[in-house]
Design a protein around this ligand. Structure first.
Ligand code: THU
Length: 127
């Protein structure tokens, strides 16, 4: 877990957030031991900006990872930053009910299961 959090903190350094100035890093632990990171990547058309969590998921999937054990998210906020609604849906799709650890630069951290952050999720089981 320490390694996963450190990866999320480091990924945040790469954030491209010139518009919001709100820098976020995320890290996913693959069950094969690999760690996949992401940062938020904003765009001048604002709406095309992508969150750190989704960048990490898409990187992981494109690298062949399919099963995940945990997620870490880092932002520089006193009240720990949780994944946005869209990212919760994407995390649910690919990671299932994993523990999500939120952290800040002061080292504060809290871990909440994704099913608690995202109850009554819609997923393929309804199709
Ligand atoms: N953001 C993330 O990357 N992850 C989150 O969990 C919350 C929000 C980004 C999106 C945007 O680039 C900036 O933070 C402000 O919303």
């Amino acid at each position: 877990m320490k390694e996963l959090i450190a990866a999320a903190v480091a990924a945040r350094e790469n954030a491209h957030a010139p518009y919001s100035k709100f820098r976020v890093g995320a890290a996913l632990a693959g069950t094969d031991g690999r760690i996949f990171t992401g940062c938020n990547v904003e765009n001048a058309t604002y709406g095309l900006s992508v969150c750190a969590e989704r960048v990490a998921v898409l990187k992981a999937i494109s690298e062949g990872a399919r099963t995940f054990a945990a997620v870490a998210v880092c932002a520089d906020t006193e009240i720990l930053t949780p994944p946005c609604g869209a990212c919760r849906q994407i995390l649910w799709e690919f990671c299932g009910d994993v523990p999500v650890t939120m952290t800040n630069l002061a080292g504060k951290q809290e871990t909440i299961q994704l099913s608690t952050l995202f109850p009554k999720a819609f997923d393929a089981s309804f199709l």
